[in-house]
Design a binder for this molecule. Structure first.
Ligand code: FES
Length: 155
Protein backbone atom coordinates (compact mmCIF):
# COMPACT_ATOMS: atom_id res chain seq x y z
CA UNK A 1 0.00 0.00 0.00
CA UNK A 2 1.26 3.46 -0.87
CA UNK A 3 1.97 5.90 1.93
CA UNK A 4 -0.44 8.65 0.85
CA UNK A 5 0.44 10.86 3.82
CA UNK A 6 4.07 10.77 2.73
CA UNK A 7 3.11 11.75 -0.82
CA UNK A 8 0.93 14.60 0.41
CA UNK A 9 3.78 15.85 2.61
CA UNK A 10 5.77 16.60 -0.56
CA UNK A 11 3.28 19.28 -1.57
CA UNK A 12 1.46 22.26 -0.18
CA UNK A 13 -1.63 21.14 1.73
CA UNK A 14 -4.02 22.83 -0.61
CA UNK A 15 -6.49 21.89 -3.35
CA UNK A 16 -4.03 22.91 -6.10
CA UNK A 17 -1.82 20.00 -5.05
CA UNK A 18 -4.46 17.50 -6.12
CA UNK A 19 -3.05 16.62 -9.54
CA UNK A 20 0.57 16.11 -8.48
CA UNK A 21 -0.58 14.04 -5.50
CA UNK A 22 -2.78 11.84 -7.68
CA UNK A 23 0.04 11.47 -10.22
CA UNK A 24 2.44 10.32 -7.50
CA UNK A 25 -0.06 7.79 -6.11
CA UNK A 26 -0.68 6.48 -9.63
CA UNK A 27 3.05 6.26 -10.30
CA UNK A 28 3.95 4.51 -7.07
CA UNK A 29 0.97 2.18 -6.75
CA UNK A 30 -0.35 1.85 -10.28
CA UNK A 31 -3.89 2.87 -9.32
CA UNK A 32 -5.89 4.96 -6.85
CA UNK A 33 -8.01 3.18 -4.26
CA UNK A 34 -11.18 4.58 -2.62
CA UNK A 35 -9.18 4.77 0.60
CA UNK A 36 -6.50 6.87 -1.11
CA UNK A 37 -9.16 9.20 -2.48
CA UNK A 38 -10.70 9.57 0.99
CA UNK A 39 -7.32 10.37 2.53
CA UNK A 40 -6.52 12.92 -0.17
CA UNK A 41 -9.97 14.42 0.32
CA UNK A 42 -9.39 14.90 4.02
CA UNK A 43 -5.83 16.16 3.76
CA UNK A 44 -6.37 18.59 0.89
CA UNK A 45 -9.90 19.54 1.91
CA UNK A 46 -11.46 18.55 -1.40
CA UNK A 47 -14.72 16.58 -1.72
CA UNK A 48 -14.16 12.98 -2.88
CA UNK A 49 -16.60 13.57 -5.76
CA UNK A 50 -14.35 16.35 -7.05
CA UNK A 51 -11.29 14.11 -6.81
CA UNK A 52 -12.99 11.49 -8.98
CA UNK A 53 -14.25 14.21 -11.29
CA UNK A 54 -10.72 15.47 -11.86
CA UNK A 55 -9.14 12.02 -12.01
CA UNK A 56 -11.61 10.57 -14.50
CA UNK A 57 -10.98 13.53 -16.80
CA UNK A 58 -7.51 12.16 -17.46
CA UNK A 59 -7.05 8.73 -19.10
CA UNK A 60 -3.88 8.33 -17.12
CA UNK A 61 -5.50 7.48 -13.78
CA UNK A 62 -6.73 3.99 -12.89
CA UNK A 63 -9.04 2.97 -10.08
CA UNK A 64 -8.57 -0.77 -10.04
CA UNK A 65 -5.38 -2.70 -9.72
CA UNK A 66 -3.87 -3.10 -13.19
CA UNK A 67 -3.77 -6.60 -14.64
CA UNK A 68 -0.37 -8.24 -14.76
CA UNK A 69 -0.58 -8.11 -18.55
CA UNK A 70 -2.36 -5.11 -19.99
CA UNK A 71 -3.14 -6.00 -23.59
CA UNK A 72 -4.09 -3.14 -25.87
CA UNK A 73 -4.90 -3.48 -29.54
CA UNK A 74 -4.51 -0.26 -31.49
CA UNK A 75 -7.76 0.79 -33.14
CA UNK A 76 -6.25 3.66 -35.11
CA UNK A 77 -7.05 3.95 -38.80
CA UNK A 78 -4.17 1.84 -40.17
CA UNK A 79 -4.61 -0.94 -37.64
CA UNK A 80 -8.37 -0.93 -38.06
CA UNK A 81 -7.99 -1.21 -41.84
CA UNK A 82 -5.55 -4.08 -41.45
CA UNK A 83 -7.60 -6.26 -39.13
CA UNK A 84 -7.47 -4.91 -35.56
CA UNK A 85 -11.08 -6.02 -35.04
CA UNK A 86 -10.23 -9.62 -35.93
CA UNK A 87 -7.36 -9.52 -33.43
CA UNK A 88 -9.65 -8.21 -30.70
CA UNK A 89 -12.22 -10.92 -31.40
CA UNK A 90 -9.56 -13.63 -31.31
CA UNK A 91 -8.24 -12.32 -27.99
CA UNK A 92 -11.74 -11.98 -26.53
CA UNK A 93 -12.31 -15.62 -27.33
CA UNK A 94 -8.92 -16.70 -26.00
CA UNK A 95 -9.21 -14.80 -22.72
CA UNK A 96 -12.95 -15.14 -22.21
CA UNK A 97 -13.41 -11.40 -21.67
CA UNK A 98 -14.78 -8.58 -23.77
CA UNK A 99 -12.75 -5.50 -24.63
CA UNK A 100 -12.52 -3.24 -21.62
CA UNK A 101 -12.58 -6.27 -19.34
CA UNK A 102 -10.09 -8.21 -17.33
CA UNK A 103 -9.80 -11.86 -16.46
CA UNK A 104 -11.06 -12.94 -13.05
CA UNK A 105 -7.57 -13.92 -11.94
CA UNK A 106 -6.39 -10.36 -12.65
CA UNK A 107 -3.71 -11.60 -15.04
CA UNK A 108 -5.01 -10.06 -18.27
CA UNK A 109 -6.90 -6.98 -19.29
CA UNK A 110 -7.96 -6.40 -22.87
CA UNK A 111 -8.79 -3.14 -24.53
CA UNK A 112 -8.38 -1.07 -27.64
CA UNK A 113 -6.26 2.04 -27.56
CA UNK A 114 -5.02 5.05 -29.45
CA UNK A 115 -2.39 4.86 -32.17
CA UNK A 116 1.06 4.61 -30.56
CA UNK A 117 2.63 5.94 -33.78
CA UNK A 118 3.86 2.65 -35.20
CA UNK A 119 1.45 2.61 -38.14
CA UNK A 120 4.08 1.14 -40.50
CA UNK A 121 3.85 -2.01 -38.34
CA UNK A 122 0.03 -2.16 -38.33
CA UNK A 123 -1.80 -3.99 -36.95
CA UNK A 124 -0.23 -3.42 -33.58
CA UNK A 125 -0.82 -4.95 -30.16
CA UNK A 126 0.79 -3.80 -26.91
CA UNK A 127 1.42 -6.03 -23.92
CA UNK A 128 2.21 -3.43 -21.30
CA UNK A 129 4.92 -1.33 -22.97
CA UNK A 130 6.00 -4.10 -25.32
CA UNK A 131 4.87 -3.56 -28.89
CA UNK A 132 4.04 -6.41 -31.27
CA UNK A 133 3.58 -5.27 -34.84
CA UNK A 134 2.40 -6.73 -38.12
CA UNK A 135 0.54 -9.50 -36.32
CA UNK A 136 -2.28 -11.80 -37.29
CA UNK A 137 -5.07 -12.84 -34.90
CA UNK A 138 -3.38 -16.24 -34.59
CA UNK A 139 -0.05 -14.65 -33.70
CA UNK A 140 -1.73 -12.40 -31.12
CA UNK A 141 -3.24 -15.46 -29.45
CA UNK A 142 0.14 -17.23 -29.52
CA UNK A 143 1.81 -14.22 -27.88
CA UNK A 144 -0.78 -14.25 -25.10
CA UNK A 145 -0.43 -18.00 -24.61
CA UNK A 146 3.32 -17.51 -24.30
CA UNK A 147 3.05 -15.09 -21.37
CA UNK A 148 4.20 -16.52 -18.09
CA UNK A 149 1.49 -17.45 -15.60
CA UNK A 150 2.14 -17.67 -11.84
CA UNK A 151 3.61 -21.01 -10.93
CA UNK A 152 5.25 -21.44 -14.34
CA UNK A 153 8.92 -21.06 -15.00
CA UNK A 154 10.25 -18.55 -17.55
CA UNK A 155 9.65 -19.46 -21.17
S1 FES B 1 -2.96 3.15 -36.39
FE1 FES B 1 -2.20 1.53 -35.20
S2 FES B 1 -0.14 2.06 -34.84
FE2 FES B 1 -0.96 3.78 -35.86
Amino acid sequence: MTDVANIISRYKRAPESLLPVLKDIQKEQGYITPRDAAEVSEELDIPVSRIYGVATFYDHFKFIEPAKYEITVCDGTSCYALGAERIIHALEEELGVKRGGRTEDGLFSLDTGKCPGNCAQAPVMMVGDELHGDITPEEAVEIVRGLERPGEGSK
